[in-house]
Ligand binder design. Sequence first.
Ligand code: NAD
Length: 499
Amino acid sequence: MEAVAHLNRVGDELIEVHNPVSREVIGTVPNLRHEAVEQAVRRARTAQAEWAVVPVKERSQIIKRFANLMIAQQQPIIDIIQRETGKAYAVAYGEVMVVVLYADFYSRHAPRWLKPDKRPSVFSILYNVKVYHHPYGVVGNIAPWNYPLLLSGIDMIPALLAGNAVVVKPSEITPFSIMEMARVLGEAGLPDNVFQVVTGNGETGAALVNHVDYIMFTGSTATGRKIAIQAAERLIPCSLELGSNNPMIVLKDANINKAAAGALRGCIENTGQACVSTQRVIVEAPIYDSFLKAIEKWYKKIKIGSESSFDFHMSSLTNQREFDRTLRHTRDALDKGARLLMGSKPIPEKGPLFLEPVIITDARPDMEVMQEETFGPMIAIIKAKDADEAVQIANSTQYGLAASVWSKNKQNAETVATRLEFGTVNINTLFMEFGAPTADMAGWKNSGIGARNGKQGLMKYTQPQSIIRDNFPYPSLTAYTSLLKRLFELSRKIKRLAP
Ligand code: NAD
């Protein structure tokens, strides 16, 4: 199976991929130009014609084999993820497990969901309605670096099951994890060229959008906007999972200890580089001081390291850009009157991009951390006089990806959750949008268009075709109009739509 289109083609510029912890070059990939991307899509198109006629049950068998192989080969895959991202071992393991979970979920449901459905018709004696679900053709996937396996895997498995071929453009910072997925898919029996990887930078991504039939993008809001414009010009559908600035609301009846541990996890999971990371922690006034004490207690228990061990909660950042931005947001907040509760010191003895998680208090709306996406291990804690004010602060953002509410009163927490302008709200937990593949995950406002997960996370890669069969052929034009006339008279008599 050809995983990387034209790898090592003479004349291609090469991109060096670095290990963020050791700074060593772990490999190079070609920066593929327009022509190579076009050729990859052409090969995908040819392969897709045959893949689309493979019965869905057989496609599902291949994906189930893929899931088993991922588990069997998890160690080398975890190592690759860790090497190119610098993330904690447990988080790299989590990436593999989430992809396996989604592969299992979608391979179990695809055969039923993709069956043509019979729909009731208004005049069922006269005609039957059936809706078929055809694949789009070639789905392009452009992915970020923060979860390089997971954020292609969970979206491209349903695209494949729906009968599409897939061409992935991974981040130039982390191209190797998804190449492993391509290798394992091949081993599981996926035919050649049904799943390909094209490596390169943003221009390679833009070239991909020019040729595919559907584009699934995960990345920043700025890039998402460019892709939406390009997709609109070509009139192809796009699904965009974008940036965030996620709030956590701690109500006065919350389990303070649990909520404080949750806030820290929201801050440090994947070293703060998750689209669903917590960035603003809004605490009701009566428990504010106790909450800060609980945060300080948990903070001392954080273990930071990049070793191959489940002992570490947090590791290195992946890029200098996020490292610098976290420190910039910290400085900006302190300049504008925030108080540094914990952290913000670099830890060079562990690696160049290690940073103590930053906790600031007394945050105000004009601070960058309150408005922009930090994408690093930093949270701002804000005091709210009551739940109404907490909701108002939480919603004061251009983003709408993921929020959480913490309270012992389930009903009250749910009521607050429904007032939040966010596509996912966790109650007394975090990140479960990636643990519950049944739950639609949609970015509201500037966090995206469309959604992943659930039935629609697969059906979005299909286009409906309605087949409407006439059971009672009209012998002539007059028969049709006389039927309409009779209906018209009947509906006038009974004063509603007849029959
Ligand atoms: P990015 O937008 O810089 O890059 C994402 C991908 O787009 C990369 O593969 C890049 O090469 C490519 N790209 C860049 N310019 C392009 C262009 N003009 N046309 C086509 N492709 C182009 O984002 P990033 O720094 O890799 O990732 C971090 C961002 O991703 C954060 O904003 C984060 O919130 C977001 N993200 C969102 C989700 C979600 O589910 N909503 C998940 C993870 C990350």
